[in-house]
Design a protein around this ligand. Sequence first.
Ligand SMILES: Cc1cc2nc3c(=O)[nH]c(=O)nc-3n(C[C@H](O)[C@H](O)[C@H](O)COP(=O)(O)OP(=O)(O)OC[C@H]3O[C@@H](n4cnc5c(N)ncnc54)[C@H](O)[C@@H]3O)c2cc1C
Length: 466
Amino acid sequence: MSAMNRQSGELLEQIKSVVGETGILTGDAITGRSAGIWSGETLQALALVRPQNTEEVARVMRFCHQAGQVVVPAGGMTGLAGGHQSSRSEIVLSTERMNRIESMDTHTRTMVVQAGVILQNVHERAAEEGLMFALDLGARASCTIGGNIATNAGGVRVLRYGMMREQVLGLEVVLADGSVVSSMFNVLKNNTGYDLRQMFVGSEGTLGIVTRAVLRLHEAPLATETALLAVPTWDKVMELLRYFDAVLPGALAAFEVMWRDHYVLNTGPFSEIEPPLETETPFYILLDVFISDLDHGRAKLEELLTTCLEQGEIADGALATSESERVRFWQIREDFEPEQKKFERIYGYDVSLPLEAMPDYVESVRAELTTAFADAELLAYGHIGDGNLHFTIYPGQACARDAVDEMVYFPLKALHGSVSAEHGIGLEKKAYLGYTRSETEIELMRRTKRMMDPENILNPGKLFDL
Ligand SMILES: Cc1cc2nc3c(=O)[nH]c(=O)nc-3n(C[C@H](O)[C@H](O)[C@H](O)COP(=O)(O)OP(=O)(O)OC[C@H]3O[C@@H](n4cnc5c(N)ncnc54)[C@H](O)[C@@H]3O)c2cc1C
């Protein structure tokens, strides 16, 4: 046995003494485990460690720190930037057994959870008390609160409630050396020096391991109405965003836009959903409106849509008539199966830029792409109310990730856009961080990382290289 193998064998024994037999998986026990629902690869790791609480995480980290062992934190592994990716020499620390909702307070409207709680479980628990957790996204049934915090997740309610950082009142984190920083506040206002909690939100597992959080809840709406609108021009898309926000103050909860190709694919032969609107327009808006008046809320929305139709603001529109229809409308926006069925390989993108620049940007990327790769295709859609655009790109026969990345990211520099609106940087966008953040900003991030993790053992190589 080599000295290195002996050393890692000793470390794994130490970890086992903390988490027990079932808390650590190695060898055959992890072979075949998925490396994430998106990657299609199997997990690579020296060991998969599954602690049950903050204390166990802290003790595991102390051993890893002493041994200089790299640790990659992992939640639901639904991240889309490669932040949870690991290699065979790294320990993956999974929060899958830290899945307890510890308490809920209906007066302060807060919930205390362990980091491995699945987002959908938080929704369901809050709903039992007529409350709502505002963060919502397509991976809700698999992603975890810890992952949501580490990526500062966005999703479909940002327009109304902000991103994940707005939903976290308190946080407990284990640092690289095993020390525990507990800031489990449950108050909205707390101006007592640096907001340490926010430093960990969006840090993608590079500064600490989130173990617990105090989440902010909101009153649940009485009902949600969902409408799908066919819109003839981009100017009208922008006008409608302001219009609905103005005439339904505080009630516009989602404003999503699909370019025609995305709408057609997700209501065509590769999908089980029939197109709710037959009218052909370049853009389709999907909006959610929270209703606080059951008698008049829906009628008011119907009236507004009729006015929009009469004034030519929209070419067609449909208001979902049942919960199942509402879900179907959303599937048109969120379903990824049709693109997976149609294309053998796809690249996903998540960028942000000013609304008025979006249509020209989309068409110039499309033109550059199809000039370079004749059989390439581009689908555009996103949380447009937040200035957040997603692309699904099929690069054609060419396997040209770097070239396509450059086509998508380079124009954002001049537009003052961001190479990552909500998915984070991880490994995938590391080379492009400098398109959005200045060298001075990146250097300050590096200094912070060196100060908090001098041995560089927590998710090294993600976000940036030291
Ligand atoms: C179908 C689908 C739809 C999606 N829609 C959206 C969307 O609308 N908006 C959006 O923002 N994202 C979206 N995502 C991306 C993804 O769901 C989010 O990034 C989510 O927040 C990741 O959570 P996770 O638990 O899966 O984290 P993981 O993928 O396991 O990890 C993500 C990152 O967080 C780190 N991490 C995980 N847990 C912890 C922890 N406890 N402490 C410290 N670091 C940790 C990891 O090291 C990694 O860097 C979508 C993904 C899919 C598959």
